[in-house]
Ligand binder design. Structure first.
Ligand code: XIL
Length: 480
């Protein structure tokens, strides 16, 4: 829910009283200095603990469970990323050829956005959970249907999904290292790269992943086959950004400590890696901690998703493979994961790179701009064509300010979703301090919210606000 932005007089009053408080603080002899929280204070939820190192901790969400308050309470408290368990699959989103249905997918997406979570898209091209009409297609007709499907779904979710599993489970189990026989495979070996090229064109801001299971053990033929494909794609310039390791561990496909080697080797090819559907038969706390440790050991391991909230929500409920019991209580594996996430040393705040320059929106290609080159306090920022004028020149100071015209600061007029971001005379407040993160987000120190092009806008005049960080392209910025 958006709260109304503060009107300028309210802001001035607030700032005025804050200034007064600061002055009293400096002068008063009995001032108690409140120490900032220790940088390594243990976090108490999975999402916040993972965020200490810039990672996410997500879960699969089933739309049918969103009216169960016990379920949503845990899901909204613990996780900061969401994957639709079934709702964005081919049978759900295109039940009849050419007729798209996003009702259930949107339910999951809207719940995620309303609760401040980023969304992984799952999945666009797969041999399984195809609607009947697609199962009956082959050859050129199927190839074209796959392309149309990717275009239709990605257009609907454009700018809202951080990573898409473009292709899922294309390799066969066992020792052959071959592609899985499927109707998609029979359209020609190049179906995977065609899917990725189509996806890149459909939403250039989304990260494009290949996702599979039984590819965690470095020595397995399926792992090696996937590695050879990703290496080949990188060499030939096929657009691939990430590899998802489903990580469904069980007695037939157990966790092996060489998983870390696997993650490292894929990352070294120049892709991000992620653990996308984690569940572990029996939920051994040690194994869960090992998996988390493997991700944390690899800088390009961007996050972990468990495949469901409580054991009773799991697709393999009989394995009791998750972090919460059916009654919502935390299992030993939960504490083990939380401790492992908390053991990592938090990423130090990025050192501001010196210099002055434009700040360009990744989605829009347009620059953070003071409308009409005004210097009036309270003027809300906008996107505008980059033109190198002084109203687009921002200096990041050692104190974390973003200054324009020398003495005006990028200033948050509130701390809630939708608060306007304006220029205001610099005064040293936390509402004028920003963290520039390596993922391109710019986070307000006071609010913890992200600098956001409103309503996913990209046009000239799009207003700039604060909004829950979801890693969308309308919240990523580049400085030059
Ligand atoms: C599973 C869902 O959890 C089930 O609800 C559904 O019946 C079948 O699919 N690999 C994947 C996931 O990529 O999409 C699968 O999810 C589990 C295996």
């Amino acid at each position: 829910m958006r709260s109304p932005t503060l009107s300028p007089p309210t802001v001035r009053r607030r700032i005025g009283s804050l200034c007064a408080a600061l002055i009293v603080g400096f002068l008063g002899s009995a001032t108690v200095l409140v120490a900032p929280p220790a940088a390594d204070a243990a976090e108490t939820t999975l999402g916040r603990a993972a965020a200490q190192s810039g990672r996410y901790f997500g879960t699969a969400i089933a739309s049918g469970r969103l009216n169960d308050p016990a379920y949503t309470t845990i899901a909204s408290r613990e996780f900061n990323s969401v994957t639709a368990e079934n709702e964005m699959k081919i049978d759900a989103t295109e039940p009849q050829q050419g007729q798209f249905n996003f009702t259930a997918g949107d339910r999951v997406l809207n719940w995620a956005v309303q609760n401040g979570k980023q969304v992984r898209g799952h999945t666009l091209a797969w041999h399984s959970q195809q609607p009947g009409w697609m199962q009956n297609l082959s050859g050129g007709a199927l190839r074209q249907a796959m392309i149309n499907h990717i275009n239709g779904v990605m257009a609907h979710y454009k700018g809202k999904i951080t990573q898409w599993d473009v292709v899922n489970e294309a390799f066969v189990d066992g020792t052959s290292g071959a592609r899985r026989d499927s109707n998609l495979q029979r359209t020609g070996n190049d179906w995977i790269e065609v899917a990725f090229r189509t996806a890149r064109a459909a939403d250039p801001a989304a990260k494009l992943c290949y996702n599979d299971y039984n590819v965690e053990n470095w020595t397995w033929a399926k792992t090696q086959a996937m590695y050879a494909m990703v290496r080949d794609f990188k060499q030939r310039g096929v657009p691939i950004d990430c590899v998802g390791f489903q990580s469904h561990f069980n007695n037939d496909s157990p966790y092996h400590s060489n998983f870390r080697t696997t993650l490292q080797n894929f990352a070294a090819l120049g892709v991000d890696v992620a653990i996308t559907e984690l569940d572990i038969q029996g939920a051994s706390p040690t194994t869960y901690a090992n998996v988390v440790g493997d991700c944390l050991a690899v800088p390009r391991c961007v996050g972990i998703t468990v495949w469901g909230v409580r054991d009773t929500d799991s697709w393999r409920a009989e394995h009791t493979p998750l972090l919460f019991n059916g009654d919502g209580s935390k299992k030993p594996a939960y504490s083990s994961v939380l401790n492992a996430l908390n053991a990592v040393s938090p990423t130090p705040p990025p050192t501001p790179s010196p210099g002055t320059g434009p700040i360009k929106g990744v989605a829009s290609g347009r620059c953070l701009d003071v409308p009409g080159s005004t210097t009036t306090d309270g003027t809300q920022l906008q996107l505008w064509d980059c033109n190198n004028r002084t109203n687009q020149q921002w200096t990041y100071t050692a104190g974390g300010e973003l200054r324009v015209y020398g003495d005006k600061c990028l200033d948050a007029a509130g701390t809630a979703n939708g608060a306007k971001v304006q220029i205001y005379s610099c005064w040293g407040g936390d509402n004028q301090k920003w963290r520039l993160n390596s993922d391109g987000s710019i986070v307000g120190v006071q609010s913890g919210l992200c600098l956001d092009a409103a309503a996913n806008g990209t046009a000239n005049g799009t207003l700039i606000q604060l909004y829950s960080c979801w890693n969308g392209a309308n919240q990523r910025w580049s400085r030059s």
